[in-house]
Write a new protein. Structure first.
Length: 150
C-alpha cells in the first residue's frame, strides 16, 4: 500500500522540468496544429477536429522523441483504431461489451503493427458513441492526423 501511495505522489524523483524555451516551442506546436485543425473545421464545415488529437498534440509537441509520438504512430494508430471502432460498431453495435472488445482489439492491433499511440485508444469509443460511419476514418481521423503531424 505504501508503494502505491508513493507512486501517486510521483515516485521518488520527478522528471526534470524542461527548459522554458522547450516549453514555449511545445506550446507553439499545440497552438498551430490544433488551431489549424479547428480553423479548417470552422471554415469548411467539415469536422476535422476530434478530442483524441488534443492528447496526440501533447505527445507530438511535449515529448517528440518518444516512440509513441512518431508520425507513423500518430497516423497509423489513429486510422487503425478508428477503423476497428467502425468495424465493431457495424458488427455488434454500441454495447458496453463491444466497446471493451473494440478498445482491447485496438490495443492489440497497434502492438502488432508497431503503431502504439495511446490517444488513439479513445477512437473506438468516440466512433461508437457518435455512431460514426466508415467516412469518419478518412475525415476527421486521417485528415486530422496528417495535419497534426505536418
Amino acid at each position: 500500500m505504501t508503494n502505491y501511495l508513493r507512486k501517486m505522489r510521483g515516485g521518488a524523483a520527478l522528471p526534470q522540468r524542461p527548459a522554458l524555451g522547450y516549453v514555449f516551442w511545445s506550446w507553439c506546436g499545440g497552438v498551430v496544429a490544433i488551431g489549424l485543425i479547428a480553423y479548417i473545421t470552422v471554415a469548411t464545415g467539415q469536422t476535422i477536429l476530434m478530442a483524441p488529437l488534443g492528447a496526440s498534440a501533447v505527445l507530438a509537441f511535449g515529448v517528440p522523441d518518444s516512440p509513441l509520438a512518431q508520425p507513423r504512430n500518430i497516423i497509423g494508430g489513429h486510422v487503425l483504431t478508428a477503423a476497428i471502432g467502425v468495424l465493431f460498431l457495424n458488427l455488434f453495435g454500441a454495447e458496453w461489451w463491444s466497446m471493451g472488445l473494440a478498445v482491447a482489439t485496438a490495443i492489440a492491433a497497434m502492438q502488432i503493427t508497431r503503431t502504439v499511440h495511446p490517444p488513439a485508444g479513445a477512437n473506438p469509443l468516440v466512433v461508437m458513441l457518435i455512431g460514426a460511419s466508415w467516412g469518419y476514418v478518412l475525415t476527421p481521423v486521417l485528415a486530422g492526423s496528417l495535419i497534426l503531424t505536418g
